[in-house]
Design a protein around this ligand. Sequence first.
Ligand SMILES: Nc1nc2c(c(=O)[nH]1)N[C@H]1C(S)=C(S)[C@@H](COP(=O)(O)O)O[C@H]1N2
Ligand SMILES: [Mo]
Length: 310
Amino acid sequence: MLIRRPPDIPTSEITEERHYVSRRAWLAAAGVTAVAITANRVMAARGKSPAPVVGAEAFADDPTSFKDITTYNNFYEFGTGKDDPAKNAHTLRPRPWSVVVEGDVKKPGRYDLDDLLKGIPVVDRTYRHRCVEAWSMVIPWNGIQLKDLINRLEPGTKAKYIEFHTLYDTTQMPMQRTNIMPWPYVEGLRMDEARHPLTLLATGLYGKSLLNQNGAPLRLVVPWKYGFKGGKSIVKIRFVEEQPRNSWQLLAPDEYGFFANVNPAVDHPRWSQARERRIGDFLKRPTLPFNGYADQVASLYAGMDPRTLY
Ligand SMILES: Nc1nc2c(c(=O)[nH]1)N[C@H]1C(S)=C(S)[C@@H](COP(=O)(O)O)O[C@H]1N2
Ligand SMILES: [Mo]
């Protein structure tokens, strides 16, 4: 297989870093602390509760705007630019939609999506979402807990991992005619991660059905992991014994591990993961271990070397 890095990842990242550096230099001159405190007072004056304090700086953790969530995307099937998915994803047809279930499971088959999810309780969850590229958002998702679907499908004892495949259809997803990534986009979780109550299969956000650019009609959401674990427009779910080989790992194994937990202590080979820019914010903020969900999920990795959890 031809393995090649999409040229625009390093480019966009380098551009972003350059912004940060100049911005940081400017802030140093202006006095960062004064800016942060003023921002907080302005928020309080607007009747918003004061921002939670993280380290020495203060930041808001409000949901990102619907506009930003739906126009600043990563969905390489529609292009590598952040605005490409919103412009190009109209060719995706999210209904009718079927999902194939395979592997060590009592109820394999091809399901119509509505039948597959019928009767499973819908949940609303606002989660932080952090991309490996060091930007983040806060997204009010709705969908189901993945564990409820797993229980319905009844995996067997050999199912140690669960694998998710994005649609492969070059008429609906034109960039799949290129080899910028191995297609279809594949992601995987260990079964205990998949069964964790925080893990969702999202069908909407801001109370509406998912727009195509966000992975309609069904996408994975794992809030303590880098955003690339959130495979979009899922058509296949496999229950497997071997650790899945996800697309980013196939593309650049030294850069993207299987677990992909948000870990500020392990830098990406080409940039730091210590901080992030929340979309819509001016200042960068520290990145939190497990994206701030350590209390809920750190126990899943007890005994594992934290340096391997990138
Ligand atoms: N099929 C598919 N799923 C994908 C991607 C992709 O390119 N293709 N990008 C991933 C990355 S890197 C991120 S950060 C999130 C972005 O989700 P959002 O655009 O809804 O914020 O989707 C993930 N899921
Ligand atoms: Mo990402």
